[in-house]
Write a protein that binds this ligand. Structure first.
Ligand SMILES: O=C[C@H](O)COP(=O)(O)O
Length: 259
């Protein structure tokens, strides 16, 4: 049985006091320590605050992005080793906002995923189609292109233990719009993604966590997480409200998939 994960992507939100309050509220909720694995993705400026509140607990945190070089004259960029230095275990790679607003191509996403793995971070790699692509019947073609671009990292996984890589299916049309994919739509895409991974690395496909992201809320989380190929959620807006996020974590816990 695959474990379940709930990740909160704060995007470009929050100041120190917000991070302190949100992180402490999640800890105070007394969630089961490891079911689900709960990971926070604050802005870089809040990683230190989150780490100070969460250190020594089961709560994990990560960066929202990284650059592929380890150090150098790259003004404004952050490397994997810098994230490790902040105690990060995870890093988001290829979020649709990075792809759409900052021009990240499949090749860039691959390079960042490789850099993350090289520095010992677990990349949470995001894929998903736009609304236009779905309407034009291109969803599977887009997912195939995005997953096949990741072949060099996928084929290095699949050994005996839990993979050092997570995928997130985030249909762009469902992000921040309130238009959640139905559990059936999400499951269909997740099963397809898993089948694509299985074409290259069957052992990895069975163990790989595939999170769903796109307007996950307390009132739809349980139905999404109950689907066979959905292994948790990558939550944006609702992760900024402690009560809502805690309910989403409880919904994941109720699915009953332990680590
Ligand atoms: O990373 C999170 C996703 O972009 C989903 O965001 P959302 O929950 O606000 O739709």
């Amino acid at each position: 049985m695959r474990p379940i994960m709930v990740a909160g992507n704060w995007k470009m939100h929050g100041l120190s006091a917000d991070a302190q309050h949100l992180t402490q509220s999640i800890l105070d909720a007394g969630l089961e320590p490891t079911v689900p694995e709960v990971v926070l993705f604050p802005p870089f400026t809040l990683l230190h605050t989150v780490s100070q509140v969460a250190k020594g607990t089961a709560l994990r945190w990560g960066g929202q992005n990284l650059f592929w070089e380890n150090q150098g004259a790259y003004t404004g960029e952050i490397s994997g080793s810098m994230l490790r230095d902040m105690g990060c275990r995870y890093v988001l790679v290829g979020h649709s906002e990075r792809r759409q607003l900052f021009g990240e191509t499949d090749a860039v996403v691959l390079r960042k995923a490789q850099a993350a793995l090289h520095t010992g971070l677990i990349p949470v790699i995001c894929v998903g189609e736009t609304g236009d692509e779905r309407q034009e019947g291109k969803t599977n073609a887009v997912l195939r292109r995005q997953i096949e671009a990741l072949t060099p990292v996928l084929e290095h996984q699949g050994g005996g233990h839990q993979p050092h890589l997570v995928l997130a299916y985030e249909p762009v049309w469902a992000i921040g719009t309130g238009l959640t994919a139905t559990p059936e739509q999400a499951e269909e895409a997740h099963a397809f993604i898993r089948s694509l991974v299985a074409e290259h690395t069957p052992a990895l496909a069975k163990k790989l966590l595939i999170l769903y992201g796109g307007s996950v809320k307390a009132n739809n989380a349980a139905a999404l997480f109950a689907a066979e190929d959905i292994d948790g959620g990558l939550v944006g807006g609702a992760s900024l409200q402690a009560g809502e996020f805690i309910q989403i974590c409880r919904a994941a816990h109720s699915v009953g998939r332990g680590v």
